[in-house]
Design a protein around this ligand. Structure first.
Ligand code: G3P
Ligand code: CA
Length: 350
């Protein structure tokens, strides 16, 4: 067992907050820098391993308006914060529980109890190349160092709400229900579990600082028409939009109007806002944002990254990319792995 003692984890968290305190003290309140928002994608995941509590504390201290949680379920129906439905890209599960591998070579969170998941060490994401672990983003936090864990959704909400209490700020949460159909096939209603937990922590209506997101339109409809009424809550819902092929009707002329029956916003892949075909002399901005705004929907594209090769060639640099998307295309917010850079960009733009 390699769990990190609680006092050590608190110390690590405190260290992260102290390190970023200077940044925090220089930040403007959101209202002072327009309504455009910054969403910390999996936390400050450009600097610390994604979806760990230190990465969330760092994002908070950097001035993000919302902090994202991807949520999946364990074998014993606990909600944890994890991007994949599998554990093997971001933990040492393959070393600790080699016999729990499925036929497809993966280790599914849904096959493990929370107690088992708590024994795992989380790390920067990696791929197996010739049997060797190779870090996904080479320049990010070194994969084999320090000690991190997979948090529960409740622990993360308590961290953010606790910081809201101690700082007097009101940072929001931005949970995504991961693979609802996969959970349903395994007999688990993840949406109801998430909404009930949110209600428990006081998120009950659209004025609360929360956007609930999913890639599944079918699930969005179920949440809007069944899960919310059953729980007696009504929260802001965001439809994520991935590849053009899978979401074709939403991208047609009346797609946003239809979507607005159940959604309050969209989270498109950023190439659907400014085409990847764009060049420095010819920026192609789609009609998606204007159609969404006409339908009353917010637009929060993903994912804005600074790493090598992640800034599209049509932009001069990361700030230019942000300028094109926030101010030429008029998006309302952005998911980013580097919340400090986007906060500073918006502050300077103001
Ligand atoms: O939820 C917004 C963005 O996070 C979608 O992409 O794959 O990182 O969850 P993904
Ligand atoms: Ca997500």
């Amino acid at each position: 067992m390699r769990s990190c003692p609680l006092n050590l984890r608190i110390f690590q968290l405190f260290g992260v907050l102290l390190m970023t305190a200077t940044v925090s003290s220089l930040l403007p309140a959101q209202s002072a820098r327009s309504e455009k928002i910054v969403i910390a994608h999996r936390g400050a995941s450009g600097y610390l391993p994604e979806h760990t509590l230190p990465a969330k504390a760092m994002a908070y201290a950097m001035g993000a308006d919302y902090i994202e949680q991807d949520v999946v379920m364990t074998k014993d129906d606990q909600l944890i914060v994890l991007h994949d439905i599998t554990l093997d890209r971001t933990t040492d599960v393959a070393d600790r529980y080699p016999q729990r591998i499925r036929d497809d070579g993966r280790f599914y969170a849904i096959d493990f109890t929370l107690e088992e998941i708590r024994t795992l060490n989380a790390s920067e994401g990696f791929n197996l190349v010739g049997g060797e672990k190779q870090q996904g983003y080479e320049q990010r936090f070194p994969m084999a160092t320090s000690s991190f864990s997979v948090p529960t959704f409740a622990e993360e909400i308590e961290l953010i709400q606790g910081l809201n209490r101690s700082t007097g700020k009101d940072v929001g949460i931005y949970p995504e229900i991961k693979s609802p159909e996969f959970h349903r096939e395994a007999g688990k209603d993840i949406s109801t579990a998430v909404v009930n937990l949110l209600k428990h922590y006081g998120y009950t209506n659209k004025s609360d600082k929360i956007y609930l997101q999913t890639f599944s339109y079918e699930e969005l409809e179920i949440i809007s028409t069944q899960v919310f009424p059953a729980a007696g809550v009504e929260l802001n819902l965001v439809q994520l939009i991935g590849s053009e092929d899978s979401y074709r009707w939403m991208l047609q002329e009346n797609g946003m109007t239809k979507l607005a029956n159940h959604a309050d916003g969209i989270g498109p892949e950023k190439g659907l806002v400014v085409s990847r075909r764009s060049t420095k002399g010819n920026i192609e901005i789609s009609e998606l944002v204007s159609r969404a705004h006409e339908a009353g929907l917010k637009v929060h594209p993903y994912t804005y990254r600074l790493d090598a090769g992640q800034v599209p060639q049509y932009a001069n640099d990361f700030d230019d990319l942000l300028r094109l998307h926030y101010f030429e295309a008029d998006i309302d917010g952005a998911f980013t792995d580097f919340p400090d850079r986007v906060v500073e960009f918006l502050k300077a733009a103001k």
